[in-house]
Design a protein around this ligand. Structure first.
Ligand SMILES: Cc1cc2nc3c(=O)[nH]c(=O)nc-3n(C[C@H](O)[C@H](O)[C@H](O)COP(=O)(O)OP(=O)(O)OC[C@H]3O[C@@H](n4cnc5c(N)ncnc54)[C@H](O)[C@@H]3O)c2cc1C
Length: 393
């Protein structure tokens, strides 16, 4: 079958938060785009991931006309509890840096973005297959795919954007000699559960203990998300609900907390990885979001970085399409500055709070010393609050 051919200004591979937010911002600037995704809407909507939005992410969603629901249905959190050494210590973001974060699940961010695209007549194709990109260093790069009805498509664009997540095909199109990949693997993962229970705490609890890390987070008045540090090879089938609750209660109980329990509706093991690919531009292909970088989830930075990338990318693409030759490289430079700050913050939170499999008693006591320094110093607490709520653009 001969392909259906289309032209657009920007072709976007991946319709997650990065791809859809970019398409939305471009349309507001009068720039046409097409976004495609290998998954259908229902599959993306039911994948539970991030839950904490920095204040600039909230502002972007509201001020660009994507979501007012984020303010109405989200929960404002003005701090977190750091729990260690037998007790909890609140980091008061509001008092320290005059900022807060918003608890609003990524599934809802996606629904708002997809609804905004549908409302504004945006061209988004879900459930496509056979995706490939070509002619990246020419002035007419191509995106090829087979749509959900089995029809082959070829899109000629001025710019291609790889917003295709942590298993990106686009980043592999950068010639090996012209890319660098920076990795860190961690010898632990998170065992995540969703449970039907009332909140155990109004704000997130980051709990350090000799048994390992636990994070107590919320979703709604009746649904909660909790994580405990585990081996990356852990099999969720080995864990009964009773065993899961026993372990979570033991970890937070060491610091004086008691969790409200309820039926567990989902379990998952989430591996940890830090990754950056540089540069973020090759010819007329640019990367955004998880396609270019991933962080371990401890600092709640992944989704926020994806949104920060495309806010900058939309600005620079507008300049590029108007003839500014330096704009795409400037995007990569501006984005990477924030990416590496977030890499450091996520690494720091992760290594301060998790127990390494071969940790000695010295290592665990040293972590408690570090956490004590953070909570007993205005400078230390402010540093954490600034990073968590998000640095100014
Ligand atoms: C289980 C889990 C829990 C997480 N928890 C947190 C958290 O608590 N806090 C936080 O900040 N971050 C968290 N993250 C990270 C956060 O979800 C990501 O950083 C965020 O989704 C990045 O958005 P994105 O649009 O760049 O990528 P994605 O959301 O991954 O979107 C990429 C899209 O591209 C599509 N795609 C992939 N390949 C192709 C292809 N070849 N062609 C077309 N489309 C393609 C995918 O289907 C996907 O819809 C978590 C991630 C996971 C996996």
């Amino acid at each position: 079958m001969s392909p259906t051919t289309t032209t657009t200004e920007v072709a976007i591979v991946g319709a997650g938060p990065a791809g859809l937010m970019l398409a939305h911002l471009l349309q507001r600037a009068g720039i046409d785009s097409i976004a495609i995704d290998i998954r259908d809407r229902a599959a993306i909507e039911s994948t539970h991931r991030a839950g904490i939005l920095e204040q600039d992410s909230v502002r972007l969603l509201v001020e660009s006309g994507v979501s007012e629901r984020v303010l109405r249905d989200g929960y404002r959190h003005a701090g977190i509890d750091l729990a260690f050494g037998g007790g909890g210590h609140r980091i008061d973001f509001e008092a320290l840096v005059g900022a807060s974060v918003q608890l609003y699940p990524q599934t809802d961010v996606f629904v708002d973005l997809a609804d905004a695209r549908a409302r504004d007549g945006g061209d988004v194709r879900f459930g496509v297959g056979d995706v490939s990109v070509a002619d990246l260093t020419t002035d007419r790069p191509l995106l090829r795919f087979t749509d959900a009805d089995g029809v082959p498509n070829e899109v000629g664009a001025r710019i291609l954007v790889g917003a295709d997540g942590s298993r990106s095909i686009c980043r592999h199109e950068f010639p090996e000699a012209r890319r660098r990949q920076f990795f860190r693997e961690y010898p632990f993962a998170w065992f995540g559960i969703l449970c039907e229970a009332p909140p155990s705490s109004e704000e997130l609890i980051y709990s350090h203990s000799e048994r390992g890390f636990a994070l107590i987070s919320q979703r709604t008045e009746s649904l909660q998300r909790m994580y405990s540090q585990c081996d990356p090879a852990e099999d969720v089938a080995d864990w009964s609900d009773d065993r899961i609750w026993e372990e979570l209660q033991a970890r937070v109980g060491a610091n004086g907390y008691v969790l409200k329990e309820g039926p567990i509706t989902s379990t998952t093991v989430l591996p940890f990885r830090s990754f950056v690919q540089e540069p973020m531009r090759h010819g007329n292909l640019v990367l955004a979001g998880d396609a270019a970088h991933t962080v371990p989830p401890t600092g709640a930075k992944g989704l926020n970085l994806a949104l920060a990338d495309v806010r900058v990318l939309a600005e620079e693409l507008e300049l590029h399409l108007a003839g500014d030759d330096g704009a795409l490289d400037r995007y990569a430079e501006r984005a990477l500055r924030r990416v590496w700050r977030a890499q450091h913050f996520s690494y720091w939170m992760t290594t301060m709070l998790h127990r390494l499999p071969d940790a000695s008693d010295f290592d665990v006591r040293r972590q408690v010393g570090e956490l004590t320094s953070i909570v007993s110093s205005t400078a230390g607490s402010t540093y954490l609050a600034e990073g968590y709520t998000g640095w100014p653009s």
